[in-house]
Design a protein around this ligand. Structure first.
Ligand code: LMR
Length: 326
């Protein structure tokens, strides 16, 4: 090949290369029908409309690319560019986010939302940048419900049962406080764990219960609303800061729009999932009487003091303040 032809080929290939879209792999562990699943798909749709040809988003749901044990590692290695783990799964990178796992801290999802929008909530998005993790926003799933193959009305009903927990030390202690046996297990393993009796119970928002068919292997679901399961959408800091400024700023705007939509619709998705569980007739739904609820609070709340130093009392105080609607 002549020098000229060779140069032409090189020039062409570098043009072709320059025109290749930036690929964002977004991996997660839940079903497409859940708030996070819907959010990931909406993000893909809007990015591919507004940044057509410049950015391509590939969504991998239901642990199809990485399970929750591996997705964080994959993000840090640059094998995926965005993930949205539950706030219970960051213990290795910051202890402050453990605040979200403290049982009976938030009165409801609106209080969680107010805390996420507070100065402290916003600072927490940046709390892992030393670890090359940038928080881009919070997405709601919803409040967690306790389920088991035994009716759980009061804390002593849970005694001795094995409960699946996410990889969170707070959640581990929460079940120990009930004298139950917590077992950390990745999300993809939960259905089988419940089915085979490796664990007897779990805690999940309605959308995860219904979309994973956990109700088919749990006879009782107690509407406890004892804690929250929400997400932080995160990216690899070096990847994010290395994007062309205009692309980064457009992605930031799109993500803000998606966040608003996810958070506005998560409540309804969970209500629909609850109704579907009821309609399926698989499980008895247990509503707690006020005095029963008070017993769960009394049993679980002592967990707070064990984590106060790690989380920081200022962070806990800010979270509590969000219970007072402005
Ligand atoms: C779980 O492991 O139970 C959840 O974190 C799964 C999810 O992403 O909602």
């Amino acid at each position: 090949m002549s020098m000229l032809a060779c140069a032409a080929v090189m020039a062409f290939s570098s043009i072709a290369h320059a025109a290749d879209p930036i690929v964002i792999k977004f991996s997660h562990v839940v079903a497409d029908s859940t708030p996070k699943g819907q959010g990931a798909l909406l993000f893909k749709k809007l990015v591919e409309e507004k940044l057509k040809g410049k950015v391509e988003v590939q969504v991998y749901s239901n642990s199809s690319l990485y399970g929750d044990g591996k997705e964080m590692e994959a993000l840090l290695l640059g094998d995926v560019q965005m993930i949205a783990p539950s706030l219970a799964k960051f213990g290795q990178y910051t202890k402050k986010l453990q605040v979200f796992d403290l049982p009976f801290l938030f009165n409801d999802i609106h209080a969680v939302d107010r805390f996420q929008h507070s100065d402290t909530g916003k600072q927490l998005l940046k709390s892992m940048e030393n670890n090359n993790i940038t928080g881009l926003g919070y997405w709601h799933n919803g409040m967690k419900q306790l389920s088991a193959n035994k009716a759980l009305h009061v804390p002593r009903d849970a005694r001795g049962l094995k409960f699946r927990v996410q990889s969170s030390d707070v959640l581990d202690e929460q079940f120990k406080a009930l004298r139950a046996n917590p077992r950390k297990m990745s999300f993809a393993e939960v259905y089988q764990g419940l089915q085979t009796g490796v664990v007897n119970g779990a805690e999940n928002p309605w959308s995860n219960i219904y979309s994973q068919k956990f109700n088919e292997v749990q006879k009782y679901i107690t509407e406890s609303n004892h804690g929250v399961l929400d997400y932080m959408v995160i990216t690899n800091t070096k990847f994010w800061n290395g994007l062309p400024d205009d692309v980064r700023s457009q992605l930031t705007d799109i993500l803000a729009q998606v966040t608003d939509t996810v958070n506005a619709e998560a409540g309804e998705l969970n209500q629909k999932a609850k109704q579907s569980v009821i309609d399926s007739g698989t499980s008895e739904i247990i509503e707690l009487k006020p005095e029963e609820r008070a017993e769960w609070v009394k049993a679980m709340k002592p967990v707070w003091s064990k984590f106060e130093d790690q989380i920081g009392s200022d962070v806990i105080k800010a979270a509590l303040a969000a219970n007072d609607a402005k």
